[in-house]
Ligand binder design. Structure first.
Ligand SMILES: Cc1cc2nc3c(=O)[nH]c(=O)nc-3n(C[C@H](O)[C@H](O)[C@H](O)COP(=O)(O)OP(=O)(O)OC[C@H]3O[C@@H](n4cnc5c(N)ncnc54)[C@H](O)[C@@H]3O)c2cc1C
Length: 1009
């Protein structure tokens, strides 16, 4: 099928929240009589509270241990990890860790922790309920050893999980559904085959088969129940992320080539059986892509199954564009002459969306940030859906009694068919009451899967149920009166007494305000958003890299003379002026994001995503050092005896030589230069030979921002000549260098050999960076982190991952998944949005990498490799590759490219850390474990500058993760950290004897007080 061009279907996702909510409010004018909502819902609430859930139910557990408490968090984290741990020893360590008992040694002398007791009691109670015959007298619990308690906890979590899963297989789930339908005939089911999103083609094919199998089973079940329209029968919900590992906007072509046919296979089967198939709603950055896929499938349905009305999708009301989505889906239906089943949800990824917007420095959140705004949006969407009932069958998924009562009111007024929906294991009490009115239909979203597959789902539900703002959580809290619980979201003043009270325009600080009022976060771009990426792509296409004139040998001396002369005036400028120039530079950089991205892609072969991050990092450096300078470099009064005034002052040292690498030609270059400048130095800046154009453009920008010409001079040329001359110059007052350890040593020796002042060298060099993975880690999360850390920027970051050490008990699984994920990477021209890995920097780097890979092919076991394109569009592409090696020590030198070494470890993790330390480098380290104390212990033992737990190990953020290592990785202080600027300064104390003029006037004047 030809790939349709992206359509601009929806408004800009990052509008101010007030604008979106005003539209939603306006659309609800006169639609609801809220006192009547309260009247309808209050008896439901009272009834549910009169019949509380049994003590072992999830609601009870979360009431006692909300996720905001240490115990609740422990429960959630145990639930997420414990069941996948293969060995008893680690399971004990994890349980002990999460339950906060460092001395949990299995003797049981102390008696179980309160929570453990509760969990285990739940386990025992449930064991009795589900497994008749399992005998465990409660008194025995006191004497149970660690393993038994862990086993009980595992059991408790399995049973907790079961509350949310209808069955382990589709057959089991359908049997359970039939049993439930006997008690409540109005129930319909939508089955969901559980699992993490696919990371590999093998995963995707497995999910496809499992969906196919489920559709066949539901179809045969339908046959037994007789012919029902899809609205009334059972159906299936599918996740597109399960069917293709690269279901991302940037991989649009592949989504249409690979994912679309898979979805069509399922749609054809569902349509042939006349049952409903709904596409779940996932992350916001996939929304437009999902609508494109939906539209393309609808077009095929219109041709092949025009009568079928079972196709549908879920829509999230928490999105600020939700109303537009509904109109768009209705428009698609009308365009194709179809009718869809549309499920309205509030949205399950709120926390993740908020984090992503902050990390990317987006102008606003794509989701509402006040809970009552989401509720209002939900009602506005519901009204819109009811208005499109000719082409949509509205399905309202909520467990919130107020929301449900409001929907019923509006739906009845509209007089159109609809249904309510709930998740299996949630909202049962409320719906027991709601469904007493026999005219209301209700569909249950019914997850199906084994324990291993339900963990991520279980955590989502625990978060949802445990969140303070959640209706379910508040319903379980008798302290929240029904009137408060059911307060109108349309009249926020009524909410003032409630914890949901609105406090500000945004419920979270906007991404720009992340670092407080004095330093704005740098503005970024969402490359999944057409309006934001279009100017960047246009700039990349238009960019030609200008030639930069090389410095002649005599230029270095002339520049040094000029900079030495300029030092006095620049260092005498008030701090605020120097800082002001940096802030102006940051603003200019942001305003010229497309221009700089174009240069970075064309000159340094960065992918667009990397280019955006780099411009942001440069802007962050400017603002951070401006702020730090003002906070730290001003005059300080020091204590002393009476009659004496002591002051500490810092000032620039003179001419600083800044030598930077090609791999961050803007960010590292900018960081060095502006730090030196703001401290009062003048700067001779020598960029890498490969990337002078970016540097030259930035130097011009600094001049424009107010840095005088004689305070900053760019000298482009070879390190061996230009760089060496600058370092050797007698006027050099300090050197800031980022690059290889060998060159840092050369610089160090040159400086040491000089007569005259001994000057500081700030060197940031390479690393042999490792990631330690134990058996509690989530393999999918590990693989995501490894792929980003090892292969992003073609592995050409000093922070990049070189050694992945995985515990032997899980190594096979992790390596296989990693190999599968590597096969899905795209290698090619960095100017294309779809490219994950671009070329390496130059021919020399390419040849070195080829040699190293050839040696590894002979000496080590090849585990994974990205296929190289048949006809490479650009030269110097090195395909990401991973080899298993036998020992940490086999790693001898830093290989600066997409080459990853894999290792299995066993035994004591502390010994592994010692061996990594012994490599002598100390830049970055990754730890993937759910055992917090283990992560903490590893970090303590590691002689490593940047340790990252349960995430990737690249992309240090200025001010948040100051960057730089120890040992052979650098001298410190860390770039982007609070100690950096001091190293660029000379210090002076000024001590004045204030009693010199014959007496201590100050002391005497104070005597009378
Ligand atoms: C049948 C069914 C199918 C589902 N399918 C999907 C799906 O495909 N995709 C998906 O994402 N979810 C899906 N969900 C999950 C759904 O999003 C949650 O269950 C739902 O949000 C809970 O809403 P509620 O009305 O029951 O609870 P409430 O407690 O009234 O609302 C909770 C919701 O409010 C939102 N919220 C919480 N705090 C804030 C805040 N500070 N600012 C703004 N909003 C906030 C969150 O979205 C949260 O989920 C589905 C749920 C059901 C019942």
């Amino acid at each position: 099928m030809p790939v349709p061009p992206p359509r601009e279907r929806l408004p800009f996702p990052y509008r101010p929240e007030s604008e979106a909510i005003a539209a939603a409010m306006a659309s609800l004018q006169g639609a609801l009589d809220w006192p009547r909502v309260i009247e309808t819902a209050t008896p439901w609430v009272e009834q549910v509270r009169a019949h509380p859930a049994p003590f072992w139910a999830m609601e009870s557990l979360l009431r006692e241990y909300p996720i905001s408490s240490a115990e609740g968090l422990a429960l959630m984290r145990l639930a997420e990890a414990l069941l996948r741990v293969p060995d008893a020893e680690t399971a004990v360590a994890l349980t002990a860790d999460q339950l906060g008992r460092a001395d949990f040694d299995g003797t049981g002398d102390d008696g179980p922790h309160k929570m453990l007791a509760s969990l285990s009691a739940s386990a025992i109670a449930l064991s009795k309920k589900f497994l008749p015959g399992a005998e465990q007298p409660a008194g025995l619990l006191q004497r149970l050893g660690a393993r038994t308690v862990v086993a009980a906890t595992v059991r408790a979590i399995q049973l907790l999980g079961r509350q949310f899963v209808l069955g382990r297989s589709i057959d089991e789930a359908m049997k359970e559904a039939a049993a439930q339908r006997k008690a409540q005939p109005v129930l319909r089911f939508s089955y969901d085959m559980l699992g993490e999103g696919a990371r590999t083609e093998a995963d995707a094919e497995r999910y496809l088969a499992s969906y196919e199998n489920a559709i066949a089973a539901i179809a045969s079940g339908r046959a037994e129940r007789g012919p029902l329209p899809p609205m009334e029968g059972d159906g299936i919900s599918i996740k597109l992320s399960a069917l293709f590992s690269r279901y991302e906007d940037a991989q649009r072509d592949r989504v249409f080539e690979t994912l679309l046919p898979r979805v069509w296979t399922l749609v054809e089967r569902a349509a042939a059986a006349n049952l409903n198939l709904t596409i779940d709603a996932e992350e916001v950055d996939r929304l437009e892509l999902s609508l494109d896929v939906f539209d393309a499938i609808a077009e095929r349905i219109a041709a092949a199954f025009p009568q079928w009305q079972g196709f549908g999708l879920a829509m999230q009301a928490y999105q600020t564009r939700a109303l537009a989505v509904i109109d768009e889906v209705a428009a698609i239906a009308r365009r194709h002459g179809l009718r869809f089943m549309v499920r309205l949800v509030k949205g399950a990824y709120w926390d993740g969306e908020a984090k992503r917007a902050q990390e990317l420095g987006l102008p606003a959140y794509p989701v509402f940030t006040h809970k009552h705004h989401t509720d209002v949006s939900y009602l506005a969407c519901a009204r819109a859906m009811l208005g499109h009932a000719d082409v949509l069958f509205p399905q309202f998924a909520s467990h919130n009694a107020g929301t449900i009562a409001a929907i019923l009111q509006m739906a009845r007024a509209a007089g159109v068919p609809f249904e309510m929906q709930r998740l299996h294991g949630m909202g049962e009490g409320v719906y027991r009451e709601v469904l007493k009115d026999g005219s209301i239909a209700c569909r249950v979203y019914a997850p199906v899967g084994e324990h291993r597959d339900l963990l991520a789902y279980l955590v989502r539900r625990l978060l949802e149920n445990g969140a303070n703002s959640s209706f379910v959580h508040q319903l379980a809290d008798p302290a929240v009166a029904p009137a408060e619980l059911l307060a109108s979201p349309l009249a926020p003043t009524e909410l003032l007494a409630s914890p949901l009270a609105p406090t500000a325009e945004s419920g979270l600080p906007l991404p720009a305000a992340l670092y407080g009022p004095t330093r704005p976060n740098s503005a970024g771009a969402d490359l999944a958003c057409e309006a934001m990426r279009a100017p960047l792509l246009a700039a990349v296409a238009a960019t030609r890299v200008p030639a930069v004139t090389e410095a002649r040998p005599e230029d270095s001396a002339a520049a040094m003379a000029r900079l030495a002369a300029g030092f006095g005036a620049w260092s005498a400028r008030p701090l605020a002026e120097r800082a002001g120039a940096l802030r102006r530079a940051a603003d200019l950089l942001e305003a010229r994001l497309p221009e700089y991205c174009g240069l970075l892609v064309k000159e340094a072969h960065k992918t667009l995503g990397d280019a955006v991050s780099e411009v942001r990092e440069a802007a962050d450096f400017c603002r951070y050092y401006a702020e730090q300078a003002e906070a730290r470099l001003g005059e300080q009064r020091l204590p002393g005896p009476t009659g004496e005034r002591n002051t500490l002052r810092l000032h620039g040292r003179g001419v600083f030589v800044c030598i930077s690498p090609w791999n961050f030609p803007l960010a590292i270059f900018a960081g060095q230069v502006v730090a030196a400048l703001v401290a009062g130095n003048t700067v001779a800046a020598k960029p890498a030979e490969q990337t002078p154009a970016v540097a030259e453009r930035f130097v011009a920008l600094l001049h424009e921002a107010g840095v005088p010409e004689d305070a900053l001079v760019l000298l482009h040329g070879p390190g061996e000549t230009v760089g060496a001359a600058l370092v050797a110059d007698a006027r050099t007052a300090g050197v800031c260098f980022t690059g290889s350890t060998q060159v840092a040593r050369l610089i160090n020796r040159t400086l040491a050999a000089k007569d005259g002042a001994i000057v500081p060298l700030i060197a940031e060099t390479g690393g042999l960076n490792a990631m330690i993975v134990d058996s509690t880690a989530l393999p999918e999360q590990v693989v995501d982190a490894v792929v980003q850390s090892a292969f992003r920027s073609a592995g050409q970051r000093c922070s990049a991952l070189r050694l992945l050490a995985v515990h032997e008990s899980v190594a096979d699984g992790v390596f296989t998944m990693l190999a599968g994920a590597m096969r899905e990477l795209s290698l090619g021209d960095p100017a294309l949005l779809s490219t994950d890995v671009g070329p390496v920097i130059d021919d020399e780097a390419f040849a070195n990498l080829e040699r190293h890979v050839a040696r590894l092919r002979a000496e080590a076991r090849l585990v994974g490799e990205t296929p190289a394109p048949a006809a490479p569009a650009v030269p110097r592409l090195v395909a990401p590759v991973a080899f298993e090696i036998g020992a940490v020590e086999d790693l001898r030198e830093e290989i600066f490219g997409p080459v990853l070494h894999l290792l299995r470890w066993s035994g004591d993790v502390e010994q592994l850390v010692a061996r990594i330390n012994a490599l002598g480098y100390g830049l970055t380290l990754g730890v993937q474990t759910r055992i917090d104390s283990r992560a903490e212990r590893i970090a303590q033992l590691a002689r490593i500058g940047n340790v990252y737990v349960n995430r990737n190990i690249i992309g240090a953020v200025v001010g948040a993760q100051p960057f730089g290592g120890e040992g052979m990785s650098g001298t410190g202080p860390k770039a982007g950290g609070p100690h950096y600027l001091y190293r660029f300064c000379a210090e002076q104390t000024l001590t004045v004897n204030t009693a010199a003029a014959g007496g201590n006037a100050e002391l005497l004047a104070g005597l009378g007080h």
